[in-house]
Design a protein around this ligand. Structure first.
Ligand code: TYD
Ligand code: MG
Length: 453
């Protein structure tokens, strides 16, 4: 009798092997292989036909998707998606448990369904009563928003074909299972096949689909990596523990920029948009305290002012601590080395902590100068002027290099009441027409420190 074919699949990345392995050769995780029955793909990828035309068409004859973008009216949400939802697109959204993924999509769907589009919310985690309770809390009563508690892929597809909604959300993809695959719900095989089938359905019928995905311990969307390649857009909904701010970030977007972020605040009655994040991030800033500097970071097309805090204090450890939250740890180590070598700062026996207030992440070189100013300010116990904004990239020789979109940053700083900007000389030379805020162009750290201390 023929032996039933089995295959071992890494539950972390989807790598397959005929034998069990202790360590995945693909993603280097230990003990992630699980035995699965070998099945021919239930929904062969070859089925995926993206258009109706079989022949190549001249590019100018092809209609763009922009014409049909659906806006939810929630500005922050639409911005991250590149200006609204493209019909037929598939969006994967990941985030820690309890961060607000279900809340966000329920609010967005309610807003869209009010425009007359039928939205189907499929939950494999909550009963319709629980969803209703949440909707009541959010003040949602949208007649075009349909709710279904279901985990069977076949029954979901059946319902979609019957109802023909314009928008679908699957909360979450890890709970959905297809009866044609023997492995358990949540396994890589199930996630891959269920999402494959849903993506094919979305592309064929022009149904815009959101897939909610759980994340692993290190924050990546759980399940096969191929999932991220199959969908059009991958969003992450993030927030620091203890803060009520949430940031929606695109890491892949076939229909828009991946730099845009959407900022929300989790309140009693759901998520509220934060359309001017700078004001909120700077609201509780302490004035006249050493170690605090304001920087302007670009998030996509939008400048955001945030406060950088540094604390430098005597270390009692053999290897002093360098702890950072919200900025790149290695970048800070590099800047500290430059401070020691070029500016003669003595930091080898000091613990250094750098934090971005409000739980935001800034990962642009343009915040270098701000980080250094905050560290120097704390180490010298010397207060930086609270009406000054810093931006500039710092090189290893202590030179200050020009940055992109300087004018946008300067204007935003002016709008928020800042009076002075310290910026790279090459940028200030091009901004002579701006009189407010006052611009101080610097080309080296030494020059900048002369202005500050
Ligand atoms: P939820 O959307 O269930 O998170 P996820 O789907 O990502 O797991 O959000 C749950 C959290 O949000 C929960 O801790 C309570 C909080 N919350 C509010 O603070 N206000 C609200 O109006 C709602 C609906 C939730
Ligand atoms: Mg949820």
């Amino acid at each position: 009798m023929a032996k039933a074919k089995t295959v071992f699949t890494c539950q972390s990345c989807g790598h397959q092997s005929p034998k069990w392995l202790g360590k995945c050769p693909d993603c280097s995780q230990w003990n992630t292989f699980a035995e699965e029955r070998y099945e021919k793909a239930a929904h062969p990828r070859g089925e995926l036909s993206l258009g109706t035309r079989e022949e190549p068409a001249p590019i100018h004859e092809i209609r763009t998707a922009d014409e049909g973008r659906v806006r939810s009216g929630i500005g922050e949400f639409d911005r991250v998606l590149g200006g609204g939802l493209v019909p037929g697109s598939v969006i994967l959204i990941g985030g820690d448990p309890g961060i607000g993924k279900s809340t966000l999509l329920l609010q967005a769907f309610a807003a869209i369904s009010e425009k007359g589009l039928t939205c189907l919310y499929v939950s494999g985690e909550e009963s319709p009563q629980q969803i209703k309770m949440r909707a009541e809390r959010l003040g949602i009563a949208a007649p075009n928003l349909l709710v279904l508690s279901e985990t069977s892929l076949e029954r979901i597809i059946e319902q979609v074909k019957k109802i023909k909604p314009g928008l679908l959300v699957i909360d979450s993809i890890q709970t959905i299972f297809s009866s044609s695959i023997p492995s358990a719900p949540g396994s890589v095989a199930q996630v891959r096949e269920s999402s494959g089938a849903i993506i094919v359905l979305a592309k064929k019928t022009g149904l815009t689909t959101f897939l909610i995905g759980h994340v692993t311990k290190d924050g990546a969307i759980a399940g096969p990596r191929v999932l991220e390649h199959m969908v059009d857009t991958v969003l992450y909904f993030q927030g620091e523990g203890g803060h009520s701010f949430r940031i929606l970030r695109a890491v892949k977007n076939r229909f828009g920029s991946t730099n845009e972020i959407g900022v929300f605040e989790m309140k009693e009655a759901g998520l509220k948009e934060v359309s001017n994040p700078s004001e909120i991030f700077l609201m509780e800033r302490p004035l006249q305290v050493p170690g605090s500097a304001v920087v302007c970071s670009m998030e996509g097309t939008r400048p955001i002012l945030v406060e950088l805090q540094a604390l430098v204090s005597r270390s009692f450890l053999a290897v002093p601590r360098r702890t950072t939250i919200g900025v790149d740890h290695n970048r800070v180590a590099l800047l500290v080395a430059v401070l020691e070598k070029k500016m003669g700062a003595k930091l080898f026996d000091q613990d250094i902590f750098v934090n971005v207030a409000g739980g935001v992440h800034v990962d642009e070189p343009a915040v270098d100068l701000g980080i250094m100013a905050a560290i120097a300010s704390s180490s010298r116990e010397s207060v930086l002027d609270s009406k000054t904004v810093f931006f500039g990239e710092v090189g290893l020789a202590g030179e200050i290099r020009g940055i992109s979109q300087a004018e946008t940053r300067v204007r935003e700083s002016g709008k928020l009441g800042f009076e002075r900007c310290i910026l790279p000389r090459s940028n200030s030379a091009q901004l002579k027409h701006i009189s407010e805020p006052e611009l101080f162009g610097v080309s080296s750290l030494a020059e900048c420190w002369k202005l500050l201390f």
